[in-house]
Design a protein around this ligand. Structure first.
Ligand code: MLT
Length: 261
């Protein structure tokens, strides 16, 4: 399996994802929030490029079916019920709902990767489930770090490196690009100290300043969830089937993407 990683969606060459599995990573915080929302029973997440698009799409839903969620500058948007803190996405607030979701970098990364043969979403909170899904698909992999406004970001790269480690543990032969190798080396530096990577990162420090410190804790919970969000049409849904096993055993086979509603 060939494994590549880009440090931001802007670094994706046209056609680069054709025939490949893509994993989009935005540890702080879009990935973590999406995994949490789906694990807590949200029906689907619809990634929207702008707040205006989210508001417009909301109009096609009956009252109570959809919820607006997302941020700009880390803050909840005007008129939105939810921001981008994973802690807001509780079962009480999201169960059965479709979340119309827009964030600064994460949803842009997701929408940039739509041409992939299959697209999943990973954070530390579901890193083993993500690696299992990649192994089961058997295609070459490109990881897309959401980055920060087109630039490198530490926590997404460390998470990508952790996916590489999980794949290596499976025994499947891997051919790593230089970027995937660099991510893997960086993640070894933070082995067992994921929270420190979030503390060290620019965005992690920014979130602390604007009083989202608890989100660093939530985002650093390795394998808190077995949910694997995947793109199905224009929605992100949780992969149907039994929960992924934490790596160390054989990978799950034959799981289908389907909308759980
Ligand atoms: C993003 O998409 O840029 C992030 O998820 C921002 C945030 O932490 O709210």
């Amino acid at each position: 399996m060939r494994v590549d990683l880009v440090f931001s969606p802007q670094a994706l060459a046209s056609g680069a994802l054709a025939g490949r599995t893509a994993l989009v990573i935005d540890v702080l915080r879009a990935s973590t929030t999406i995994v949490t929302a789906l694990a807590n029973g949200a029906r689907a997440i619809v990634p929207c490029l702008s707040p205006e698009e989210a508001r417009e799409r909301a109009q096609s839903f009956s009252s109570g079916e959809a919820v607006l969620g997302g941020e700009r500058g880390a803050r909840r948007l005007p008129g939105f019920a939810l921001g981008n803190s994973p802690l807001e996405y509780t079962g009480e607030r999201v169960k059965g709902k479709t979340i119309l979701f827009t964030t600064t970098n994460g949803t842009h990364a997701l929408l940039s990767a739509r041409e992939a043969a299959a697209l999943g979403i990973a954070g530390f909170v579901n890193v083993s489930a993500a690696a299992q899904w990649v192994l089961a698909a058997g295609r070459d992999l490109t990881m897309i770090c959401s980055g920060e406004m087109g630039g490198f970001c530490l926590e997404d790269t460390v998470c990508g490196g952790m996916v590489v480690t999980r794949l290596q543990e499976s025994g499947v032969p891997l051919t790593l690009s230089d970027a995937a190798l660099a991510a893997s080396l960086l993640s070894r530096h933070y082995e067992g100290r994921v929270r420190q990577a979030l503390e060290d990162s620019e965005w992690g420090r920014r979130l602390k300043l604007v009083e989202f410190e608890r989100d660093l804790e939530a985002s650093s919970q390795v394998d808190a969830f077995t949910a694997l969000p995947v793109l199905a049409g224009d929605e992100i849904v949780v992969l149907a089937g039994p929960p992924a096993r934490i790596l160390g055993g054989s990978c799950l086979q034959g799981r289908e993407t389907s909308n759980p509603s």
